[in-house]
Structure formats: structure tokens, C-alpha cells
Design a protein around this ligand. Sequence first.
Ligand SMILES: NC(=O)c1ccc[n+]([C@@H]2O[C@H](COP(=O)([O-])OP(=O)(O)OC[C@H]3O[C@@H](n4cnc5c(N)ncnc54)[C@H](OP(=O)(O)O)[C@@H]3O)[C@@H](O)[C@H]2O)c1
Length: 312
Amino acid sequence: MNTNPKRFSNVNHHDDAQSDGSILAPVTVIGLGAMGSKLARTFVNSGYDTTVWNRTPEKAAELVGLGASGATEIADAIAASPLVIVCVLDYDVARHILEPIGDKLSGKVVVNLTNGTPEQARNMETWMSSLGADYLDGGIMAVPSLIATPHAVILYSGSETAYGTYEQVLDSLGTSHYLGPDPALAPLNDLALLSGMYGMFGGFIHAVALAGTEGAKASDFTTSLLMPFLQAMMSTLPEMAKQIDTGDYSAKDASLAMQAAHDTIGEVSRVQGVSAETFAPIFELMKRRVEEGYGGDDFASVIELIRKRRSS
Ligand SMILES: NC(=O)c1ccc[n+]([C@@H]2O[C@H](COP(=O)([O-])OP(=O)(O)OC[C@H]3O[C@@H](n4cnc5c(N)ncnc54)[C@H](OP(=O)(O)O)[C@@H]3O)[C@@H](O)[C@H]2O)c1
């Protein structure tokens, strides 16, 4: 992460020249919801010449108090900076607010940090390109309070030139990861990471509910037992990933046949009065893989039941 604002000696904008003749890169933020406001505040605090616009203009007041320029018209906000960050509710909203001023986007770099799908990202790039704008899609893997800390990971994909030019500016928001020129990659990986997170959350609530049936306090159980165990289990992921990459799933420590021999977790959950509905789908997949003759495989081979087949 970089906390120094990038200086552009070749950008001719406003009269905020620094002592070395360069100027701070101007940034425009479109959308001042919980996330957009935090992005804009970060740019202001990092010293960027920041212009903001929001459908509900009152939300700009606090940022203007901090030093941002509040634009009444979205066209003025776009005109203020070569770099336009968009962070609104969804892609339909982004398109709806940008459509009327599409002709003003020519020559701009548009970084869309609105959550969406890979298809929406590709369509947005096609549209931006037809308007003469350079497009970067982004996925914010953080809540607003984590923005501007190293814990905020932001995924980017799309124009390599745009990313190269503005990498340092974007780094002020958190840890940037550029995934490649296909704009679909940021939303795809964003959703993949969230899927991993929800899998963990599902396991977490089941584990806490089960341990709680005999009086364990959620916080004690979580910090003293669950987190150390999950951290140890995390270290097995690279080996599983290697098995998936090579297609060699031969079990070394724990075969699927052994793991799926009995639905002990499901049965004990029922006895203890806890629903096993977050665990059941995983157990069903393990059992099916064993029934299909892969009991000697490791857990990673379950991926063969759910993933898209590669075309040969
Ligand atoms: N908050 C998070 O933790 C988080 C984390 C990662 C990613 N994100 C993503 O970041 C994006 C923004 O999230 P947020 O938390 O800032 O949402 P939010 O607080 O609900 O703000 C939504 C923004 O969209 C604007 N908007 C909604 N409908 C509109 C319309 N019809 N026309 C014009 N503007 C409209 C709102 O304008 P008004 O102020 O005028 O209503 C506001 O600026 C979303 O795509 C979200 O998935 C959020």
C-alpha cells in the first residue's frame, strides 16, 4: 500500500502546482453512499484534489467541509478529473447516471467499484470503450471502516494502461490486486472470495451452535478452540489446491471413504437439537463421490462434482 499521492507533472489541471512543479492527481468520486463516501474521504485525506457528486447532494456536505469540491451537475464532476471512480448501488444505477453524460467520458479513465457480475463488467467495458473511455472494473473486499488500511483488498481488472497510470492513486484505498485485462476477472474473483467467506461463516455458526448445546459461550469457544483449529486447517488448502491443479487426488492422510463413513456430525446435531443444514450439502457431496468410486481420494476431489467441465 502506498500512502503518497501520485504526482502528475504532465496533467494540466487547476492551479494547485506543488513546489516541484507537479500537481496532485485530481480524482472524481461518483456515488456517496457508505462506501463511496469513505473512498472520497480517503482521497481527500491523502491529499488528492477530490471532486464528488451524489444523487442526494446533501451527502457531499461533510466531504466539502473536509476539502472536497462538491459538483451540483454530474457533468461538472466528470470534467474535473481524468480519473473517475464510480461506486453506486448497482450497474443499472451506474448506467442510468452516466448515460446522459456519456459524451463527456471520452479520454477519461473510469474505475467502477460498484458490485456486479462478470457479464455486467464486460458490457460496461464495451460501452465505455464506445464512448472513448478507458475502463477498469473493481471489487472491494472490505467494509468502509477498513478502507485505507492494509486489510482492505481491492481487486482490479480491465485496462492495463489505466491501472499502470493510476496504481499509486488506487493504492491509497488499500491493497490493490490487478488480475488482468479481462474486466470480468475482478467481479468473478470477488464473488469467489465471498463464496469462500460464506462457507466459513456457515461452518462457524454450526460449530458454535453445536458446542453451545452443552453451555459453551460462543466467544470462548471461538477464540480458544475454533480459530486455532481453522487456522491449522487453512494450512492444508495449498496442498488441496495442488491436487486440483494436477488432478491427482490420492489420499495421503484422510480418505473420503473414511470421512464419509458415518454422518456423525449430522446425527449428533439432530440429537443435540441443532439443524445441520449448513453442513449437509458438503456431506452429501462427499458421500456421492465415494458412491461413484472415489473413496480413496482426498476431500479436494469433491470439486469434480461441482465444477464446470473443461473442454478438451
Ligand atoms: N458497504 C460495504 O460494505 C461494501 C463493501 C464492498 C462493496 N460494496 C459495494 O459498493 C457499492 C456501494 O455500496 P454502499 O455501501 O455505498 O451503498 P449505499 O450506502 O446504499 O449507497 C448507494 C449509492 O448508490 C446511489 N444510488 C442508489 N440508487 C440510485 C439511483 N436510482 N440513482 C442514482 N444514485 C443511486 C446512492 O445515492 P443516494 O445517496 O442519492 O441514495 C448512493 O450513492 C455497492 O455496489 C456495494 O455492493 C459495498
